[in-house]
Write a protein that binds this ligand. Structure first.
Ligand code: ACO
Length: 335
């Protein structure tokens, strides 16, 4: 960090990238493992298949691939990157996986750290990075969302194992002194409802020597009250988006794309209905990937940028929500 440039007033979106593992786990294949069916999963969630990491696909590798692709789209010299934030709940190093992404990229002038906020993680990381840019501390940032929830799913629990998949997405964002395409944001947390969705530590008591105990480290599997998470999402997401649009003096018909965390198609449809945003403006790719946690928003954004649905100056209303409980929204203009 070399000094503060107070002329930087805004953020511009320069590139996107994504990566998913090759292994495809379809609904019929899950039905061979737990008592479920393609029809049940499809009608309750909209999901048909998800990607599952194999050996060699960890959060560092996936995050690196997504980041590199965003950097290539932005046409950046890697040495000009100042900041890398990796949103993840499943780092392959509990001390942080962002530094290994930085090293693999060769982005030696960037400070790199992890940020954990489950499925809200990417949005919280994007907001965090944008504040560093607008504050004048940094010029170029890579924001990554990457998760490997398949390692923490209970593959015998049909209520949760059908939902999740692995993947990564990234955005390249830059400070500018001419305009601001990061229009506004809001973030919320309610730890009081945190027990609806957890990935808790599992500590086994052991002893170091004689009467000195210690707790060995480890994690259990995802524990979820699906109905409560569903109710939380369909209530809070429209509220936070409505408030944000109002605060920034936008109408919902000025929104070109609604880009929500890809948890369940019924949640996407319900939020769209509440905001009076028609279905053709709701971005969705969860049919192919399921819920990839911190990766869903940039994974979807990259797909829509690369197939030219999202165009320069399109207005995107986005919201992440999930464990914590945590949720947030941002209003951005692409480009
Ligand atoms: N296949 C067949 N039957 C099933 C399955 C399954 N995979 N899962 C549950 N059922 C059964 C239940 O046992 C229940 O049977 P019963 O009535 O005989 O007891 C019945 O189906 C209905 O169960 P519900 O839990 O009421 O099903 P619901 O319609 O709520 O759908 C779902 C469940 C899909 C999990 C839904 O609640 C949901 O999507 N919730 C949101 C979860 C979510 O998005 N979590 C991630 C948040 S993001 C993050 O931070 C990681």
């Amino acid at each position: 960090m070399e000094g503060i440039n107070f002329n930087q007033i805004g953020v511009s979106f320069k590139g996107s990238g994504s990566y998913v593992p090759d292994q495809i786990l379809t609904n019929p294949k899950i039905s061979q493992k737990v008592d479920t069916s393609n029809e049940w999963i499809k009608s309750r969630t909209g999901i048909s298949e998800r990607r599952i990491s194999s050996i060699g696909d960890n959060v560092t590798e996936m995050g690196y691939a997504a980041a590199l692709s965003a950097i290539e789209m932005a046409h950046w010299d890697i040495k000009t990157i100042d900041l890398i934030i990796l949103a993840t709940s499943t780092p392959n190093d509990l001390f942080g996986s962002a530094p290994s992404v930085q090293a693999k990229l060769g982005a030696f002038n960037a400070v790199a750290f992890d940020l954990t906020a489950a499925c809200s993680g990417f949005l919280f990381a994007l907001i965090t990075a944008s504040q560093f840019l607008k504050g004048g501390s940094f010029k170029r940032a890579i924001v990554i969302g990457a998760d490997q929830l398949s390692s923490f799913v209970d593959w015998n629990d049909r209520r949760s194992c059908i939902l999740f998949g692995d993947g990564a997405g990234a955005l390249a964002i830059e400070a500018t002194n001419e305009f601001d395409n990061f229009i506004g944001f809001d973030m919320r947390t309610d730890g009081g409802r945190g027990s609806f969705l957890n990935l808790p530590s599992k500590n086994n008591k052991d002893s170091i020597i004689d009467d000195i105990d210690f707790l060995s480290g480890g994690f259990s599997s995802i524990q979820m009250n699906g109905q409560e998470v569903y109710k939380f999402a369909v209530k809070e997401v429209p509220i936070i988006l409505e408030k944000l649009l109002k605060k920034m003096k936008y109408n919902s018909d000025q929104v070109d794309w609604l880009l929500l965390h890809q948890a369940n198609q019924r949640i996407l449809d319900s939020v769209g209905e509440r905001l009076k945003i028609p279905r053709e403006k709701i971005l969705s790719n969860l049919e192919k990937y399921g819920n990839t946690s911190a990766a869903t928003i940039p994974l979807m954004m990259d797909e829509a940028v690369r197939d030219y649905r999202i165009k320069q100056n399109d207005i995107i209303a986005t919201s992440g929500f999930g464990a914590g409980l945590s949720w947030g929204a941002a209003l951005i203009k692409w480009g």
